[in-house]
Design a protein around this ligand. Structure first.
Ligand code: SAM
Length: 458
């Protein structure tokens, strides 16, 4: 009768790479369940058996039961949704197969072990399957304990064999699959580890990224281990040849690799952020970067009749949403996506509105958006804030041209822009959606760096 399930990472099949904790756990298991994935990978089943033979004391009786793995459709031709659905169905079929087997165990067998190749945390569904089993039994009133024992995974062994760390100093590591690689690869990701790549997807990147370094390894941890390292464009053909030959010999191949931007490339070339700024003021209005504490100003600027009327959707912000927007502002600023300022009454310190600059389109362009709380309307706050922010954008943030637009009916918005020096550039027909499903024309304005007059920031 089942009492406990242990999910044990066993590394890459060499008993020497099984951790002491895993070895100890192995010796507590009555029945090991291993997925039988068919003939081609029977060497892997044999490797698992070798681990048990080497590490479980002779006095401890155990059984290994192979559970036929439910069939999975062809992944390569599926789009992401079909792939996801296929994997979920496959998991569900696995849960059923394991439940049936475990429920039929004799009373003397209380501890079931799953031997997981590498580490259970890397592209392995055992933890999800066991979670589903445990929940299913809990719903029936049966409490089953379970734990997870870490193992050495393929990326760790790849790094060890190539004698490299996987990350560069303080930089992230992106781990992905061959299926996703070509769509998502960008040198700005930094170091990218690729697993589950049946087709050596990195070959498709060689032309665009010839100097990216490839650290490739196959059959890691086995006597047949293969390693290749070099600039992608130079070594990818060799990797393909070596890989094809090995697959021919073994009937299967398991490989993983690291793509590392060439030496000298910036650690993580993220988009350049907006420069930090102290509060900007003309003595009447102050603008300063939005912080998490400004959420009520963001909420109140949005949640009033006038603002909702000019909004695209007319939906008020919940407090939670306003909190999220305010909390994200620092990150957007650092990433250079948006410089969000809160307008403050310089005398009383009260929040009066918001004004934003978003980077958009060709380099050097900034799109401005703004809104003032009802109590502060008609007092010239927007014009003052626009002047302060425009000067900062041109002088500090590398912006050459600021653009803004308003719904044709929103005359007050246009007046504030014109007073701040923006010139109308035209009418864009039916450009902006209204909450009632109709669309409004947009009046477009711009201000260029050379139009900024010296007194604008005063
Ligand atoms: C289903 S995932 C399992 C990963 C495993 N849980 C781990 O921690 O490494 C299988 C993928 O792991 C990588 N892999 C597993 N064993 C490997 C080995 N001996 N050498 C190279 N890559 C291996 C390959 O990318 C393979 O497609």
């Amino acid at each position: 009768m089942i009492e406990r399930i242990r999910i044990i990472g066993i590394g890459m099949g060499d008993p020497l790479q099984v951790t002491g904790e895993a070895a100890r756990a192995l010796a507590t298991v009555d029945v090991f369940l291993v997925a039988d994935k068919g003939e081609v990978k029977s060497d892997l089943v044999a490797a698992r058996q070798a681990v048990c033979d080497a590490l479980i004391p002779a006095a401890h009786a155990y059984r290994v039961v192979e559970v036929p793995d439910p069939r999975r459709g062809p992944d390569a031709e599926r789009d992401d949704t079909a792939y996801d659905r296929g994997v979920r169905n496959w998991h569900a079929a696995r849960v059923d197969a394991y439940a049936e087997l475990i429920e039929s165990l004799p009373d003397s067998e209380t501890t079931v072990g799953f031997l997981v190749w590498g580490d259970p945390a890397f592209y392995d569904s055992t933890i999800r399957v066991v979670d589903a089993l445990v929940q299913r039994w809990a719903a029936e009133g049966l409490e089953v304990d379970h734990d997870v024992i870490a193992g050495i995974s393929a990326p760790q062994l790849l790094a060890a064999r190539h004698r490299i760390p996987l990350n560069r100093i303080g930089a992230p590591i992106h781990i992905t699959t061959g299926r996703r690689l070509v769509d998502e690869y960008d040198p700005a990701l930094g170091d990218v580890v690729v697993m589950l790549d049946g087709h050596l997807a990195c070959a498709e990147l060689a032309q665009a990224h010839p100097d990216v370094e490839l650290y490739w390894g196959a059959y890691l941890g086995t006597p047949d281990e293969l390693l290749v390292h070099g600039p992608l464009a130079q070594v990818v053909d060799e990797v393909r040849r070596v890989r094809d030959e090995a697959r021919e010999r073994h009937g299967w191949v398991m490989d993983t690799y690291l793509l590392r931007p060439p030496a000298g490339a910036p650690a993580v070339a993220g988009p350049s952020g907006f420069p930090e700024t102290a509060p900007l003021t003309d003595g009447i209005v102050t603008v300063r970067p939005v912080t998490a504490g400004d959420w009520q100003v963001l909420r109140d600027e949005h949640n009033n009749e006038e603002s909702l009327r000019w909004d695209f959707f007319g939906q008020p912000h919940t407090d939670e949403r306003a909190g999220q927007l305010a909390a994200q502002a620092r990150r957007e600023w650092r990433l250079g996506r948006a410089a969000r300022f809160v307008m403050v009454d310089a005398v009383t310190g009260e929040g009066a509105g918001v004004i934003n600059v978003m980077r958009m389109g060709p380099p050097g362009l900034g799109l401005v958006g703004y809104g003032v709380l009802p109590d502060f309307r008609g007092r010239g706050f927007t014009t003052r804030a626009l002047r302060l922010v425009a000067r900062w954008a041109f002088e500090e943030a590398g912006i050459e041209r600021l653009e803004l637009g308003h719904k044709a009916e929103n005359l007050a918005s246009g007046r504030a822009a014109a007073k701040a020096g923006f010139s109308p550039e035209g009418r864009l027909r039916q450009r902006l959606p209204n909450p009632d499903g109709t669309r409004s024309d947009e009046i477009y304005y711009a201000l260029t760096r050379d139009q900024l007059s010296p007194e604008d920031g005063a």
